[in-house]
Design a protein around this ligand. Structure first.
Ligand SMILES: [Zn+2]
Length: 94
């Protein structure tokens, strides 16, 4: 094994750890952007009680894509956290 100084090893591990976390985060964001839009998801289903595909729960929670305040919202199952669909929130007038 090459004789690397300890700070170089720590900095290298930190760099690759950060790159790995960034890669995982970007893949998760891509999966959320690929979710069907609300109208497509709810086509043929009851809009108020469309159940989760995984656990059949009708409880939902929503959050912003990228961060919590974006106009593009993602709706997920409140019980198992499976993302269900996304929609564009209309801009609010100030
Ligand atoms: Zn669920």
């Amino acid at each position: 094994m090459p004789d690397l100084p300890f700070p170089v090893i720590v900095a290298t591990l930190f760099l690759f750890g950060c790159l790995t976390m960034l890669h995982v985060h970007l893949r998760q964001q891509d999966r959320l952007r690929a979710l069907p839009l609300r109208d497509t998801f709810l086509a043929g289903r009851c809009a108020t009680s469309a159940p989760c595909v995984r656990c059949a729960s009708t409880d939902k929670r929503e959050f912003g894509l990228d961060d919590g305040e974006k106009a593009q919202r993602v709706v997920a199952c409140a019980k198992c956290n499976r993302p269900m669909y996304r929609y564009h929130q209309p801009k609010q007038q100030d």
